[in-house]
Design a protein around this ligand. Sequence first.
Ligand code: HEC
Ligand code: HEC
Ligand code: HEC
Ligand code: HEC
Ligand code: HEC
Ligand code: HEC
Length: 444
Amino acid sequence: MLFNLRSLLRISKLSALFLFGAVCGALMSSHPALGFHSGGVGECEGCHTMHNSKEGTNVGAGGAALLKGSDATSTCLLCHQASNLPGPTTFHVSTPDGEILAGSPPKQLSPGGDFAWLKKTFTWYPDMVSPLKTSPGERHGHNVVSLDFGYQPDGTHLTAPGGGYPSQSLSCISCHDPHGKYRRNLDGSVTTDGHPIKASGSFDVSPAPDAQTSVGSYRMLGGSGYAPKGVGGALAFIYPPPVALAPLNANRSEATSQTRVAYGSGMSDWCRNCHTGNVHNGANGFLHPTSGSASGSSTGTLDSTMTAYYNSYVKNGDLSGIEATAYLSLVPFEIGTSSYFVLQSILGNTPTKGPNSADGTPSVMCLSCHRAHASSWDYGTRWNANTSQIGSNGKYSEEGALYQPYGQGRTEAEALQGYYQIPETKFDPNQQKLCYKCHATLPQ
Ligand code: HEC
Ligand code: HEC
Ligand code: HEC
Ligand code: HEC
Ligand code: HEC
Ligand code: HEC
């Protein structure tokens, strides 16, 4: 397929859209039945409406890039949210409003997380003397803006903390390139043109790039130079997409086994595309190093002592773990390699393996603590970092009790879903915070 989207995108919007019919006809026949994006640009008609019409109604000229939804996020959610799904299902990342009513958690358990957590606000009394506490929905992650699906911009952070990216403009395409132009090539470089993209590059089973073809960037994330049209060049990304691979079925309950994403390298820098300043230099109240280039004095490397500790830590006071089964998806680490062979072999052979300096230089990174989309907890953390214990008396929540210092207003179903259905019995009945997966001791 020799069509070059970039040259099409360079010519004027109107004439480009005029060409849709012709171009898309050619594109559709070239896409395998399995996927929609297949790591690159999907069928134009999946997102754009032809001939100025929106589901049969004329919308007139000038609708934003003639998208099928009112805005970019709404267009994505036409497919990425669906009603009445039985549970976590493939590529869905949002649960409809009617299915997250009082006490019912969002359904999707993908590594990035279900955006519907942004619509759930929790309140509780921690004890007899404190006032009512609130964990507002907007604190639970990245507030993508969607008119059609009721996602509002963040009202507190007007820009990305540590940077200038406007919250009003935050959408799926702030992070993911809708046209999937970023591709990784045989020599390891990432470019926006060159060889055609043959498949998604996100998975352990993704094919390797070769001399004629490339694969998509991890999750079609934008890289150097990326900025959606409305945002402007000054905020364009500096860093490339992260090196990472996911299992094909990554959206699943972790009740009996964990979902391992092999984070290789570059994730913290990728987040710094928008969080340009060091958000955890202590100025915002929390001091912590992370992997990557802008980490300050510490690189976030897990030294041999911390590596051994991660591998042995099972739960409070239990250090009987072994490297082969040490991985905890609530506290992932970066393997510290840009080799896709290493990532593939870990996912294929020893998916639950803990850190080992033979695989790379293991480090703490942004996603060791946060989810990329949203979570049940404040600041989109993977576990409740807002309290001293993640469990109490063998439960994640004190559902029904007058005072709820740990579950913090979540029902047990909501809290359990917040932990991706990993049973509390995996931990101590009064499990401490998961900083202790890496740290033997912490300053108080
Ligand atoms: C017409 C339906 C449809 C629309 C619209 C759609 N997607 Fe998808 N998306 C899919 C399907 C199907 C998959 C899984 C198969 C695949 O990746 O091709 C998927 C997968 C993805 C993935 C994972 C891809 C990978 O290679 O790991 C990302 C990221 C994604 N979509 C982002 C978006 C964004 C951002 C938008 C809006 C700009 C969007 N999608 C719009 C159907 C859609
Ligand atoms: C996954 C959804 C998706 C698919 C598939 C898709 N687009 Fe787009 N397209 C978008 C979004 C979202 C925008 C708005 C981008 C922005 O604001 O930066 C857009 C914008 C555009 C624009 C306007 C760009 C500009 O700079 O004004 C053109 C032209 C375009 N798309 C062409 C295409 C063509 C041709 C195809 C098929 C080969 C295609 N698109 C497939 C989502 C998609
Ligand atoms: C702030 C950046 C950001 C925004 C905004 C964002 N994503 Fe993502 N998305 C990511 C990252 C990073 C990953 C990889 C997460 C991982 O592997 O831990 C991801 C993963 C995904 C996946 C793969 C499944 C998963 O959850 O891991 C899909 C599908 C997806 N995103 C679609 C979307 C859609 C649709 C939207 C808008 C409704 C969106 N994303 C908004 C950064 C973002
Ligand atoms: C495209 C720009 C962009 C990228 C890339 C990005 N963020 Fe953000 N982030 C924002 C904006 C804008 C906000 C403020 C709006 C909000 O909180 O919803 C924000 C807020 C946050 C918050 C605060 C959430 C809250 O509810 O208070 C966290 C935590 C965060 N980002 C972490 C990350 C991590 C981790 C990554 C990398 C996986 C990342 N961000 C990548 C733009 C970005
Ligand atoms: C060791 C765990 C950990 C790591 C690693 C980490 N964070 Fe955080 N992050 C937190 C916690 C905990 C909070 C809540 C902080 C607080 O209450 O002061 C937070 C808060 C935030 C906020 C909200 C700040 C605000 O002013 O509201 C942003 C943005 C953020 N993190 C982004 C990032 C990015 C980007 C990275 C990687 C460069 C990162 N974090 C790495 C644990 C972590
Ligand atoms: C994935 C492993 C990991 C997790 C989880 C983790 N840390 Fe760390 N932490 C590190 C590493 C690595 C360092 C750097 C050690 C060094 O430089 O010697 C560090 C350093 C620190 C420091 C010293 C910071 C400085 O620059 O002086 C503090 C304080 C800290 N962590 C607190 C926490 C807290 C609180 C949590 C939980 C919210 C946490 N850590 C979770 C790996 C982790």
